[in-house]
Design a protein around this ligand. Sequence first.
Ligand code: SF4
Length: 93
Amino acid sequence: MTANLTRRKLCQSAGAALVMLPIIAICTEASAKTNSSLREKLKYQSQPKGGMSCAACLEYLPGSSDQSVGGCKVIPDDDEILAQAYCVAFNTM
Ligand code: SF4
């Protein structure tokens, strides 16, 4: 009897967790921000220019891993900066 109750509770918890996954995904997406107007002013592009990319720029704020997006000190309110991107504010000094 106790084992059945425990299994039932476990299944209910797993079901609740599965229901929450899409909600968590939506909330995560909603928190991603881009600063479109400043990107446009700085001619932000998602590809490097020559050997210049955000990963080599002193303004870049890397994400949690090499593959994840990061931020930029020059473009506030934007956490979708690609490491391989480039803009005219590229800075190595
Ligand atoms: S200043 Fe430009 S090149 Fe440098 S990290 Fe920011 S977006 Fe990338």
